[in-house]
Design a protein around this ligand. Structure first.
Ligand SMILES: C[S@@+](CC[C@H](N)C(=O)[O-])C[C@H]1O[C@@H](n2cnc3c(N)ncnc32)[C@H](O)[C@@H]1O
Length: 244
C-alpha cells in the first residue's frame, strides 16, 4: 500500500481516541449541507458517526458507509438508528439513485476523487445534493497554531480542506465557512493529537515524542496551563453541489 492508503486505513486502530476527542459538526452546517426536504441521506466515510448522529437527530433516514470495521462498530453502538454498512467512497455497494443527499465529513482527501465523484453521482437521485465538509482548527489562536505545528511535524501528506473536484456531473460548488468552538478538557488535546492518521502510523517512540510535546504545550502555554477545559476554535469549511 502507498503512504496515503496506509494513512487512510489507520483509523481502524484509533477508534477510542477518535470518538473521545474529535469534534461534532454545527447544526447550521448540517442545515446548509442537506436540503430540508431530503429524506434519504448517505453519510460517506462515516467513521464513528460524528456527523451521522447529527443527521439522524435532524430526522433523516441515514445510511452510513464506512470501510473500517472498528470505526463502523463504534458507529453502530453510538448511532443505532443509522443503517451502517461496509463500503468505500469508490464502491458503496448501494443501488443507483437511492438517496437525496450525500455528506462527506473529514474524508474527501482519502478518496480517489474521480471514482468517488462518479459513485456519488450514481447513488444520488436526479437533482440530489453532495456536501463535503472539514472541521479545521482556527490557527489564528496562538496555542492552536503551536499544537498544529507539533502534530504536523514530519507529516509528508497534505490532508487539508480543499474544494472537491466533483466533475461535470455536478453544478459548480458553493462554499461556506462557519466559525464555532468546541469545549474540551485540556488533557484531551493529547488524545486529539493521538487520533490523527499521521500519529497513528508513526513508530511508537516518534509518536510518544510528539504527544509529550503536546503535554508540554498544555503545561506551559499561558492560555492552557492550570486550566481543566479550553474552547477549541474551529472553522468548518463546507462545499455543496447539485447533481445536474
Ligand atoms: C477522519 S475520519 C472521518 C470520519 C467521520 N466522517 C467524521 O467526520 O468524524 C476518515 C474516515 O474515512 C474512512 N475512509 C478512508 N478511506 C476511505 C474510502 N476510500 N472510502 C470511504 N471511507 C474511507 C476512514 O476509515 C475513516 O473512518
Amino acid at each position: 500500500m502507498d503512504q496515503r492508503a496506509v494513512r487512510a486505513a489507520s483509523f481502524e486502530h484509533g477508534v477510542a481516541a477518535y470518538q473521545a476527542a474529535r469534534p461534532t459538526y454545527p447544526d447550521e452546517v448540517v442545515r446548509w449541507c442537506v436540503p430540508h426536504d431530503a429524506r434519504d441521506v448517505l453519510d460517506l466515510a462515516a467513521g464513528t458517526g460524528k456527523l451521522t448522529s447529527r443527521l439522524v437527530a435532524f430526522g433523516y433516514d441515514v445510511v452510513a458507509v464506512e470501510p473500517s470495521d472498528a470505526m463502523r462498530a463504534e458507529l453502530e453502538r453510538t448511532v443505532p438508528d443509522a443503517d451502517a454498512r461496509p463500503g468505500t467512497a469508490e464502491a458503496t455497494g448501494l443501488p443507483d439513485a437511492c438517496v437525496d443527499a450525500v455528506t462527506v465529513a473529514q474524508a474527501w482527501h482519502w478518496f480517489d476523487a474521480r471514482a468517488a465523484s462518479a459513485e456519488v453521482a450514481r447513488v444520488l437521485r436526479p437533482g440530489g445534493r453532495v456536501a463535503v465538509v472539514w472541521n479545521v482548527r482556527d490557527a489564528r489562536t496562538d496555542w492552536v497554531a503551536r499544537w498544529t505545528e507539533i502534530v504536523h511535524t514530519g507529516d509528508p501528506l497534505d490532508t487539508s480542506a480543499h474544494e472537491p473536484d466533483l466533475g461535470p456531473a455536478f453544478t459548480p460548488s458553493e462554499h461556506r465557512e462557519t466559525s464555532w468552538s468546541s469545549r474540551m478538557r485540556t488533557g484531551d488535546l493529547r488524545v486529539l493529537a493521538a487520533s490523527r492518521s499521521h500519529l497513528l502510523t508513526l513508530p511508537d517512540d516518534e509518536r510518544d515524542a510528539l504527544l509529550d510535546r503536546v503535554d508540554d504545550l498544555v503545561a506551559h502555554h499561558p492560555d492552557l496551563r492550570g486550566r481543566d477545559e479550553v474552547d477549541v476554535p474551529y472553522v468548518t469549511r463546507a462545499w455543496r453541489a447539485t447533481l445536474r
